[in-house]
Design a protein around this ligand. Sequence first.
Ligand code: HEC
Ligand code: HEC
Length: 98
Amino acid sequence: MLPQDISAAELDSVMKEYGEGLGVSCGYCHVKDPKTQHIDYVSDQNPRKQAARTMIAMLQYINTTYLSRIGDPRYPTLVTCGNCHQGQTHPPDFEQAH
Ligand code: HEC
Ligand code: HEC
C-alpha cells in the first residue's frame, strides 16, 4: 500500500499523521505480540489495520485522480485522514449552522 522504498522517517511521519487524524495511538491499528508485549507492526491481525489500508487507497484515489484536476497543481489541496475524522475514530456528523 505504502511505497516499498519509504524511508523510516517518512513512515514514522505518515503513521503519526494517521494517529493524529483519528485521535489514537499506534496500538489502535497494530496488535501487541502476546509473548513480548511489544507492538508487532508487521502483523495484519488487527482488522483496523485493514480498514486503514482501504482508507489509504481511497485517499490516494481522491487526491491523485480527482483533486489533482482542480485548482493550481503546484499547490494541491490534499485530503488527509483528519479532514473527515477530525481526531476521532468515527468521523463526526456535519452539524449545520442555523
Ligand atoms: C489508523 C491505523 C494506523 C495507526 C494509528 C498506525 N498505523 Fe502503522 N500501519 C498501518 C497500516 C495500514 C500499515 C501497512 C501499510 C501498508 O500496507 O503499506 C502500517 C504499517 C506500519 C509499519 C510498517 C510495518 C511493516 O510491514 O514493515 C510500521 C513500522 C508502523 N506502521 C508503525 C506505526 C507507529 C509507530 C504508529 C504510531 C505512531 C502507527 N504505526 C500507527 C496503520 C496504522
Ligand atoms: C472521506 C472521509 C474519510 C477520510 C478522508 C478517511 N476516512 Fe476513515 N472512515 C471514514 C468513515 C465515514 C468511517 C466509518 C465507517 C463506518 O463506521 O462504517 C471511517 C472508518 C475508519 C476506520 C475504522 C474505525 C473503526 O474503529 O472501525 C479506520 C481505521 C479509518 N477510518 C482510518 C482512516 C485513515 C488511516 C485515513 C487516512 C489515510 C482515513 N480513515 C481517512 C471516512 C473517512
